[in-house]
Write a protein that binds this ligand. Structure first.
Ligand code: ATP
Length: 697
């Protein structure tokens, strides 16, 4: 079977997810809410499995990582220290035509012909046009009169303007339906009233300049409301008629309240790969503006600027903020990590690709704290260098940030392989020096090749980010130390002792390296030069006494993206042909048993045979405390298998007459059917639990 096109495939996946209860649109009965998703019965199970596997792998199976469960709303200072208040924004463009909003860095380049207009003017009917001309002429006359301080002429011109305005006002019922004319009148009246006031109070001693200013304003206002000088452009794609561009441009000026706009000066220009036009209607986009992604709220009963709070945009910051408490209470020593899973919220400009970019999602983050390289060198004599690919093996005391970073990249890949995402389904992106934040040393994104991912020139899927693993230096703890005034450093007895044994040249070299790194951080963070130098010197002196702020390696993954990857990876269509040659295509979700929402389907062969049912219920109760089981006695066995295949259940057990001892040698055995190849085997009930646990854990 030919591979379905990516969006067709996604459509099938989305529809299956809804039909089988994996994922529903949030608030669907009210039309949904963009960027928010709910997990149904099967989705909730797979989510639990994913989080539990991550938690077990990252904390319980290791001696050097402990957990944390922090609040979603935290002190707003945290988000200042982390940089989120000032810089957590995406560049955003609006379509000037349809008003839709796009993330500037995600706009698909387009080619075609740009139709450019220098502006437009309202087409008025004869009466309005005549009144308008007279109003403009009177305004011209008033400007001249005020320049010559000719009060008589000025008053006459002004009376003429009043008269015209009154006539126009009388026509209001007719023209008020035309928002443009009505607005123009209102706008003219404001400076006009000011002019009237000026004329009535300073008869002999008229402020010439002010009168001229007001008259110029009146004229400009009139002009502005009938003549638009704002240029615009619209992209015409191949095959579209030029009238389409004109129609869109006219609609653009109409929305700006120009009545029956007549376009001015049309020019055409070929456009190649431009990101300046709306992907939907070809309308001109505004230039990118930063848009902060944090959701704001208030805590306490008063909504004021003093009690603004943010829904956390990541789980990581709580780990940094609680670093000292965890360090002091957990008896861990650097290197060690703190792990947390939980909700995060980002007001994404364009949520898209199903759950991939949501506004509410879950993260699984580890902050792994390590010694600075200077401390490692002082203690072990040198810092191990490892190749940029491949697992560097078991952690060593001589590992600096680079080895730890590589270690975590590879550990995370192992995790994905362990739940069914083979290396071939993954991609990697190592951020370039230009892409890296100023404090980061390296960042590798692990990508999954989603059906909607971009493709390279050979047509191969490139993949989208599942997880980022960043070497963030000591930036985060340093920021919290500066903003909170509380020490975030640790004392390392091993370092203090080792330092004492170094020769002077080594001490000077390591001190210098540490001083320079601290100075760079402090100056980049806006600390004034003299203070930065003083503080960096103190930090370097501290290092010599065994004090430092730990550096951090951060593997940061998204639960929802991973679930989507698992579903896409598992989605398999098979076509069965029956004896009569009739074909039917059905879906098998080939989840790894570890993540599968239901581990085993339990099926009595016949539901009207009480002995079989009794035995099946016994098997269910035997397994239920250990895993998620699904008891199914409805329909033919074939249909029941198919239903479980579609839910991704890796094993189905059938309790039949042989289980009851019809063939004595098969007494108390069941048939186990494997989802992926349909193979069956017979197992004693007494061995079931161990057999299954070995495969699902
Ligand atoms: P992107 O570049 O795709 O916006 P990011 O680099 O901003 O992602 P991080 O801040 O590194 O993402 O967040 C860590 C992880 O959290 C991501 O790798 C991803 O799995 C998940 N994540 C981030 N934003 C979203 C989102 N809007 N919806 C779902 N998951 C997300």
């Amino acid at each position: 079977m030919a591979e379905p096109k990516s969006n067709e495939l996604m459509e099938k996946i989305v529809s299956l997810c809804k039909r089988r209860g994996f994922i529903f649109q949030s608030s669907e009965i009210y039309g949904g809410i963009n960027g928010f998703w709910d997990y149904g019965p099967l989705g909730a199970e797979i989510k639990r499995n994913v989080k539990e596997l991550w938690w077990n792998t990252m904390t319980r199976m290791r001696d050097d990582v402990v957990g944390l469960e922090a609040t979603i709303i935290m002190h707003p200072q945290i988000w200042r220290a982390s940089g989120h208040v000032d810089t957590f924004s995406d560049p955003m463009c609006d379509c000037k035509f349809c008003g839709k909003r796009f993330r500037a860095d995600q706009i698909e380049p387009q080619s075609g012909v740009a139709y450019i207009y220098s502006g437009a003017e309202s087409q008025l009917d004869d009466v309005e046009s005549n009144l308008n001309d007279r109003l403009l002429a009177a305004a011209d006359e008033a400007i001249k009169a005020s320049e010559h301080v000719d009060i008589v002429r000025l008053k006459a011109a002004s009376e003429e303007m009043v008269a015209i305005t009154v006539v126009t006002a009388k026509l209001r019922p007719k023209i008020s339906a035309r928002a443009a004319a009505s607005d123009a009148l209102d706008a003219v009246l404001r400076p006009f009233e000011a002019l009237q006031k000026l004329l009535s109070t300073s008869d002999s001693n008229l402020d010439r300049q002010e009168a001229a200013r007001l008259n110029t304003l009146i004229k400009a206002t009139i002009r502005k409301h009938y003549y638009c000088d704002e240029p615009t452009r619209v992209l015409l794609r191949k095959g579209e008629h030029p009238d389409t561009a004109r129609k869109k441009a006219r609609a653009f000026y109409e929305r700006r309240k120009y009545y029956l706009p007549k376009l001015r000066k049309e020019e055409v220009e070929p456009v190649e790969n431009s990101v300046g036009f709306c992907p939907d209607d070809g309308g001109e986009l505004t230039s990118p503006q930063p848009f902060n992604l944090m959701f704001k709220t208030h805590y306490g009963p008063i909504e004021s600027d003093e009690n603004i709070a943010y829904l956390r945009p990541e789980t990581a910051q709580a780990i940094f903020a609680q670093f000292r408490n965890v360090f002091d209470s957990s008896r861990q020593k650097v290197p060690f990590g703190i792990a947390q899973t939980g909700k995060a919220f980002r007001n994404e400009v364009t949520p898209r690709n199903y759950t991939f970019r949501s506004r509410e999602f879950e993260q699984m983050e580890l902050e792994f704290f390590i010694k600075p390289d200077e401390a490692i060198e002082a203690i072990t004599g040198s810092v191990t260098k490892v190749p940029e690919t491949g697992h560097p093996g078991e952690p060593q005391p001589s590992w600096g940030w680079q080895a730890w970073h590589q270690y975590w990249v590879e550990e995370r890949v192992r995790f994905y392989e362990g739940i069914g995402l083979s290396r071939e389904t993954l991609g990697f992106h190592r951020q370039t020096a230009e892409e890296l934040a100023h404090y980061a040393r390296a960042c590798v994104d692990i990508l999954f090749k989603f059906p909607f991912s971009k493709r390279d020139e050979k047509g191969e899927l490139l993949g989208e980010e599942l997880e980022g693993i960043a070497a963030r230096s000591d930036f985060d703890l340093s920021q919290h130390e500066r903003f909170s005034g509380k020490p975030m450093g640790v004392f390392d007895e091993e370092l203090r002792a080792a330092w004492g044994k170094l020769d002077d040249a080594k001490k000077a070299e390591l001190s210098k390296g540490y001083y320079e790194a601290r100075l760079k951080y402090l100056t980049k963070s806006g600390v004034e030069q003299a203070k930065a130098e003083k503080d960096a010197k103190e930090d370097a002196d501290g290092l010599a006494k065994g004090h430092y702020i730990p550096h951090v390696i951060e593997p940061s993954a998204g639960v929802d993206r991973l679930i989507l990857a698992l579903i896409c990876n598992a989605f398999t269509e098979v076509t069965d042909t029956d004896d009569k040659g009739k074909s039917e295509t059905r879906v098998i979700l080939k989840f790894h048993p570890r993540v599968a929402p239901v581990k085993v389907g339990i099926m009595p062969l016949l539901k009207n045979k009480p002995d079989i049912v009794k035995k099946a219920l016994e098997v269910r109760d035997l397994l239920r405390p250990w895993m998620n089981v699904f008891y199914d006695d409805g329909g033919s066995i074939g249909r029941r298998y198919a239903r479980q295949d579609e839910a991704g259940t890796p094993y189905c057990l059938t309790i039949d007459f042989d289980t009851l001892g019809e063939k004595p040698e098969l007494l108390n055995t069941v048939t186990i059917r494997h989802r992926d190849d349909g193979k069956q085997e017979r197992l004693p009930i007494s061995e079931l639990q161990a057999w299954l646990l070995a495969r699902i854990r």
